[in-house]
Design a protein around this ligand. Structure first.
Ligand SMILES: C[C@H](O)[C@H](O)[C@H]1CNC2=NC(N)=NC(=O)C2=N1
Length: 98
């Protein structure tokens, strides 16, 4: 079972993600980002690829898709806050989005 990000490592791990458009969610220990794609098929294809990693890592996003936009929130429900798994999945999402 994972643990919440420690205060010592939190900023170091979050800073690179904040530079790629992730934001800390107001009122929740979570991060969020809106991904824009060229069209619905690209958006859904990206979601499909992310889903495979989410299932492999047993760590799943909270997300919604409208046409070519995907809004994503990441947090770890088991610890009610951010964990290294959220950092890992956010990095993977950025990587797969190109
Ligand atoms: C039983 C199952 O392993 C757990 O519910 C996993 C599934 N995916 C998860 N995803 C996220 N975001 N947080 C969790 O705590 C979590 N827990």
């Amino acid at each position: 079972m994972t643990e919440r990000l420690s205060e010592e490592t939190r900023d170091t791990l979050l800073d690179p993600l904040l530079k790629t458009g992730w934001e800390v969610t107001q009122g929740r220990d979570a991060i969020q980002k809106t991904f824009q794609f060229n069209n619905f098929v690209d958006a859904f294809g990206w979601m499909t690829r992310v889903a495979i990693w989410a299932e492999k890592w047993d760590h799943h996003p909270e997300w919604s898709n409208v046409y070519k936009t995907v809004e994503v929130t990441l947090t770890t429900h088991d610890v009610d806050g951010l964990s290294p798994l959220d950092i890992k999945l956010a990095r993977k999402m950025d990587g797969l989005a190109g």
